[in-house]
Design a protein around this ligand. Structure first.
Ligand code: ADP
Length: 162
């Protein structure tokens, strides 16, 4: 069974990676798909995010990294995927995620959304939290894959705070 793990991944964190590693044990293949969202202004380009995810998942043989634009279910059909993988951290995630799962099911009733509960140590972790710490010069080495920590450091050194 193939699952799509869609998201912004701006940038990928150890929380995302934990979901990918655990998903790999449940599915034959996981496609981590970076959403090209024209209404968001991300810190990293899609190409940079793809590269960061590739480097972080090199040890996983059944992971593919890609990007897509438009409806997730259309992309899932294109990839012959039967499931969408999403992570749940706190109660506030639940409402939006449930709405999205129902909506996707109305668009294509053969798609199932599978939720994995976050591991305890990553329940507070989000890409925004990581960017906030890095922006003010804090260390994020314990929160993101090594390459991402380097990229964040470079990013905020090149563009110092005003
Ligand atoms: P999106 O903009 O689609 O929410 P994100 O990159 O923020 O993209 O998240 C992608 C998915 O990963 C979402 O299902 C989100 O709940 C999940 N996720 C993000 N951080 C964590 C974490 N620390 N633990 C578990 N799941 C997470």
């Amino acid at each position: 069974m193939i699952a799509i793990y869609p998201g912004s991944f701006d940038p990928i964190t150890l929380g995302h990676l934990d979901i990918i590693e655990r998903g790999c044990r449940l599915f034959d293949q996981i496609i981590v798909a970076v959403l090209r969202n024209p209404s968001k202004s991300p810190l990293f380009t899609v190409q940079e995010r793809i590269e960061q995810i590739r480097l972080s998942t090199e040890h996983l043989s059944n992971v593919e990294v890609d990007s897509f634009i438009g409806l997730t279910v259309e992309y899932a059909k294109l990839k012959n995927a039967q499931a969408l993988l999403r992570g749940l951290r706190v109660l506030s995630d639940f409402e939006g995620e449930l709405q999205m799962a129902h909506t996707n099911h109305t668009l294509w009733n053969e798609i199932e959304t599978v939720f994995l509960a976050t591991s305890n140590e990553y329940s507070f972790l989000s890409s925004s939290v990581v960017k906030e710490i890095a922006r003010f010069g804090g260390s994020v080495a314990h929160l993101v894959p090594q390459q991402v920590a380097i990229d964040l450091c470079r990013c905020y050194t090149e563009t110092p705070l005003e």
